[in-house]
Write a protein of this length. Structure first.
Ligand code: BDP
Length: 672
């Protein structure tokens, strides 16, 4: 299995069932054709129902007499999601029987059949967020920022904008993309990088984008674009991009009109402004609100939205980087137009293996908020390490209630590699993102089980141990990279290997590892307490005082909030240094354990994927050892806990010199 079909049904069913609907929409027709192709069970009726709440949800019921099923939904999209729910049940549980014999139980796994209960409602579900969106960081030149699975999936050369066509190859590939997204409830895609090229808004590109939008629409997926705030200059020839300038406003209004003429249900713009060198309203002494509202006004007549990112730093000289989003946005709370959403990363820094939640979610009381999660594993071993991210995202939702959010965005991990995501297990992160975007209450292990069953096999001898591996994998990564609240000790810019001594004269200090761990002969960690940078002060009560108090602060965040002496006694009675070593070692041991488990999975997995995952896990183990030895070597030297020099300690270790394991050669990695 080359992994190209993701978790989708691999075999067309020999469906003799009748699938019927009176809904003529393209989306409902997609639902019918998916069921007709893959369903192996009773007859199904898809029916719109105005009495249901106005969202993408659905209900599945037995229709009575002949044991057929009825999927009810207010919207056509709900019919599609209901259809996929049935296919998921079939794929994870086995052939479905709809209870003619009156039995109310699932048959045993050995029977590979699942009996639908004769009780009235089989399943009922509606999404937690109306907006469930992928953010692609794809550039028009085909490269992908932080992409680890090849080049962009959008093959612009294969799209003929004038004729409105795309190559057969691309169509086939993007159909899988659409089906995969729809199967997990994703209903929007931002096609391009937040570091946006202005050329994406040229008519040439818009014509091609229309072709993509037309293809995604029948799957319920709306098209969005990331825009460069200075587009009126670069793509429109104006001398300014000042949001208060009449010509600038007019340029955006015309551009928006042009877009909606081509794509009547276009979703809106995503904007990274005045962040990491991107242009923005600040260039003209205007606020984020003034910039966002200008775009929002142009989009409002068409029901378009502006997703404005809060990922900013560097505009407040000397201030702790993790505080700057709140500093910059809090005073603008309530000043944004109704169709502006503030999109914030889950943590206050930048997608680290573990961060406390971002306090901006506590501070913005009058502004609709979305969370941005990173599916692509920029800081978690890229697509070379097996790291399942659902436990990390679930952790975020224990601090920030889904009810506070209007939408959820995930930075995609897709590329043109045959298997889409590089590592076969990285597909699970795309899957889990969609499932949690639909229902953040789902347990991460049940999502893992679902994904494993659909992607590999339903055999519990495989699913049980591999679910355990997936569930443990994120904590293992934290342990071998940055335990106890350490963060950002990655090698310059490519964010892959360790570089605890990193201090680069030509980069901002906020990019340097030494700025984040602050290790010295006395201790280690970033003092963000009241007497330090007071980042704790941005948190709602009681987190502000919990994080401020070294004895109350959860140990997994200890070095995020405190500068702690090497001999500090932790809860288990051992010193900080001893605990640090234990965590690094545990991380490595865990990867070794994952390898042992995987080796026992050989009978359940096709050779192709078995070999790839084996090679990747070996590579992960080497990397984990490198992380441990480099970090403990360096910190050991600084603290005086290890007598020999760090260079001697790490001299014999495999170094990450950027070479890839043979099996991966030729893949995109390490983009600055
Ligand atoms: C960082 C990435 C960088 C992105 C930036 C962002 O390293 O490539 O452009 O975030 O989110 O994580 O804007």
């Amino acid at each position: 299995d080359d992994g190209s079909r993701l978790w989708l049904n691999k075999q067309r069913g020999a469906c003799t069932a009748k699938i019927e609907t009176s809904d003529k929409s393209d989306i409902a027709q997609t639902a019918v054709s998916e069921l007709a192709a893959f369903w192996n069970g009773c007859d199904i009726i898809l029916s719109r129902d105005k009495s249901l709440p106005d969202n993408d949800g659905f209900k599945i019921e037995r229709s009575g007499k002949n044991g057929s099923l009825i999927v009810k939904a207010r919207r056509s999209a709900g019919l599609l999601y209901g259809a996929y729910e049935l296919l998921r049940m079939q794929q994870t549980k086995g052939e479905i029987y709809s209870g003619k014999t009156g039995q109310d139980t699932n048959l045993s796994a050995a029977d590979n059949k699942f009996r639908i209960s004769p009780s009235v409602c089989v399943s009922s579900s509606s999404p937690a967020f109306p907006y469930r969106i992928l953010n692609h960081w794809d550039n028009p030149d085909g490269s992908v920022e932080r992409g680890y699975a090849g080049k962009s999936i959008w093959k612009w050369d294969e799209i003929n904008g004038e004729k409105g066509t795309m190559s057969m190859d691309l169509k086939e590939r993007l159909t899988i993309y659409c089906r995969a997204n729809a199967s997990i409830g994703i209903n929007g895609s931002v096609l391009n990088n937040v570091n946006a090229s202005p050329y994406i808004l040229t008519t040439e590109y818009l014509d091609k984008i229309k072709v993509i939008a037309d293809m995604m629409r029948p799957y319920g997926i709306k098209t969005y674009l990331a825009v460069n705030f200075a587009s009126p200059m670069a793509a429109g020839g104006l001398e300014t991009a000042d949001p208060a300038d009449a010509k600038v406003k007019e340029w955006w209004e015309k551009k928006v009109k042009e877009i909606y003429k081509k794509i009547p249900d276009f979703g809106g713009f995503l904007v990274k402004a005045n962040s990491e060198g991107q242009p923005g309203p600040g260039d003209y002494h205007r606020t984020h609100a003034e910039g966002a509202n200008m775009l929002a006004k142009a989009l409002a007549p068409y029901n378009g939205i502006v997703m404005w990112r809060s990922f900013v730093y560097g505009n407040h000289e000397g201030e702790d980087r993790v505080k700057q989003a709140v500093t910059e946005f809090e005073e603008l709370d309530g000043k944004f137009a109704d169709n502006v959403i503030l999109q914030s990363k889950n943590g206050p820094l930048d997608f680290q293996p573990r961060e406390p939640y971002a306090p901006i979610f506590d501070r913005m009381k009058h502004t609709p908020m979305w969370v941005e999660l990173q599916i692509t594993q920029e800081y978690l071993g890229q697509s070379r390490h097996l790291v399942y991210l659902a436990p990390m995202w679930k952790e975020f939702f224990t601090f920030v209630s889904p009810q506070q959010l209007q939408g959820i965005a995930g930075v995609a991990n897709t590329g043109d590699n045959t298997n889409w995501c590089g590592h076969p297990f990285s597909q699970s992160n795309w899957y889990a993102f969609g499932r949690l975007a639909w229902n953040p209450e789902l347990a991460s292990d049940s999502i893992a089980r679902e994904w494993l069953a659909q992607t590999f096999t339903r055999d519990t001898a495989f699913i049980n141990p591999m679910t355990a591996v997936m569930e443990a994998s994120r904590e293992a990564c934290v342990d071998y990279m940055m335990p106890l609240g350490l963060h950002h000790i990655f090698k310059a810019d490519h964010h892959y290997g360790p570089e605890p001594d990193g201090l680069y004269p030509n980069y901002p200090i906020e990019w340097c590892p030494v700025y984040y761990h602050k290790a010295d002969s006395l201790g280690i960690g970033f003092d963000r307490t009241r007497t330090g940078t007071d980042a704790v002060g941005q948190y709602r009560h009681p987190y502000d005082s919990i994080y401020n108090d070294i004895n109350a602060c959860p140990e997994e965040y200890l070095l995020w909030f405190h500068h702690v002496s090497w001999d500090y006694k932790m809860k288990n009675g051992k010193t900080l240094w001893e605990n640090l070593s234990a965590h690094y070692n545990r991380g490595v041991d865990e990867v070794r354990r994952f390898i042992g488990t995987w080796q026992r999975m050989r009978p359940y997995v096709d050779t192709e994927r078995f070999m790839i995952v084996s090679a990747l896990l070996d590579h992960q183990l080497e990397n984990a050892e490198e992380w441990r030895d480099t970090c403990l070597g360096y910190f050991g030297k600084i603290s005086g806990k290890i007598q020999e020099t760090a260079t001697e300690t790490s001299a014999n270790l495999p170094q990450d010199d950027g070479t890839q394991p043979a099996i991966l050669q030729g893949r995109e990695t390490d983009r600055p």
